[in-house]
Design a protein. Sequence first.
Length: 304
Amino acid sequence: MPSSARKPHVSYSFLAGAEFAIRFPGHQLPGVNKWNERPSEERPVPVVLIHGTAGSGTTNWYTLAPYLINRGFSVFTITYGALPDAKFPMSELGGLRDIAENSVPEVAGFVDKVLASTGAEQVDLVGHSQGCVVAGAIAKHARPGKVRKVVSLASPWHGVGSARLERMLTSMRLRQLVAGAFLAGESLVRGSKFLNDLWDPDGTPYARGVEYTNVATRFDEFVWPHTTSLVEPPQGGEYSVRNIVLQQGCMLDFVDHAALPSDPRAVDYVLDALDPGAGHKIRCLPVAPVHGGILPGWLTDRRL
């Protein structure tokens, strides 16, 4: 198991998280979940990372967790919504259970534990895919007032946008494939009860008093179109929302849905959302889909 005494290494390959989980089954990422350490005075608000469907606290955050830890943040991760009594490697597949009945209460309880352990009054939540709407439900309904910021990477605020994917998520064949446990899929379909409840009673997924940052990629193949992730706030000035498309100002970045949490430009925007006004540099690098690794410059040279 790698030592967490020194600053953890930051890899920008999304698949590196799965490699870590295979090499060190049952281990959490170095530097996360330090229950006996209070956050620093410079970074007093702990950050909770909430993975997406079939992700985990290990596989999803191999880039962002060390990236934030190295900048002084107190970072916590959880694998939620895993199948009951699942053994490795199935225990690394989270976000499979019913979102409202299982996942939101589980993550909300984890937030309570983080607050009690750190002495903080609020947390910042960073979600990917399903984790975004879980974060949204906690901020708005489950733990109102306990969340300062929600940073979303490819959030299905309106549900998944592909008709084919929606049919797949609600098919009996898929539910039988995973022994009836993939209930999260039904909650992510447009018009689901979970999403309707999230938008009620004021016609928005946002909570007043919480700062939201939504990050999307034009090459998202699951939350489609990508603008689904970029919900504008209601009129009235009572909401704080910033919408970002990674390719605006950077056409070299081909990151897709899965690899978004490991994208250099995306994690820079997460840092900027958590620590605004500090003049953080937002990188523009050539990035491959799926793998998420930084491409050699000659592959994206526009002169070729």
